[in-house]
Design a protein around this ligand. Structure first.
Ligand SMILES: [Zn+2]
Length: 155
C-alpha cells in the first residue's frame, strides 16, 4: 500500500494566531485516499470553473492539484511511497482524512512516538468573537501535543 508522507506545516501565515502550539509531526496517509480527495476537487473544478481566466489563483491551484492527482495515481500503480511538502496543497486537502482519523500514522516529535489513529484524539477549537471568530479541529497525541490543525470556518 503506497503512502503519502508529509510534515505538518507549522508556519501557515493565515493561522499564525492559533492559541495552541502546533508541532511538525510526520504524517502518513494512504496515497489512494489523497488521490480520491484530489480527484473530487478536479471533478468540481471541471464542472464549475473550467473556463476561468488563466491569471486567477484558482487556475494555478487546479494545475498543481492535477499534477498531485497524477502523482498519487502513479504511486498507487507502482505501489511506491511519496513524500511531499505539507504546504503544497497537501495540508489543507488532508483535513477531512485527518479529522475522520483516516490517516495511517502520525509521529509526535515531542513524545518521539508513532501513533495510530486510535491513539489520537480529535478536538474542536474556536476563539475570538463577532466578525473575528474562527474555529476548526485538531489532532492531538496522548500528551495533548497538537500534531495537525486546520481552520474550518471563520465569521
Ligand atoms: Zn506528544
Amino acid at each position: 500500500m503506497a503512502l503519502l508522507r508529509f510534515t505538518n506545516p507549522t508556519d501557515i501565515p493565515a493561522y499564525s494566531g492559533w492559541e495552541f502550539k502546533v508541532y511538525a509531526a510526520e504524517i502518513a496517509l494512504r496515497a489512494e485516499d489523497m488521490r480520491d480527495a484530489y480527484a473530487a476537487y478536479m471533478e468540481n473544478h471541471r464542472r464549475r470553473f473550467s473556463n476561468i481566466p488563466k491569471d486567477w489563483g484558482r487556475y494555478a491551484e487546479a494545475q498543481r492539484v492535477a499534477e498531485l492527482l497524477a502523482m498519487m495515481n502513479e504511486a498507487c500503480e507502482v505501489d511506491k511511497d511519496v513524500m511531499l511538502d505539507g504546504r503544497d496543497y497537501v495540508w489543507s486537502f488532508s483535513s477531512g482524512l485527518m479529522f475522520e482519523k483516516r490517516f495511517v500514522s502520525v509521529t509526535c516529535p515531542e513524545c518521539h512516538r508513532e501513533l495510530s489513529p486510535e491513539e489520537c484524539r480529535v478536538l474542536v477549537w474556536s476563539y475570538g468573537g463577532g466578525l473575528a471568530a474562527e474555529g476548526g479541529r485538531r489532532v492531538v497525541c496522548l500528551a495533548g501535543h497538537t500534531l495537525y490543525s486546520c481552520g474550518e470556518w471563520n465569521s
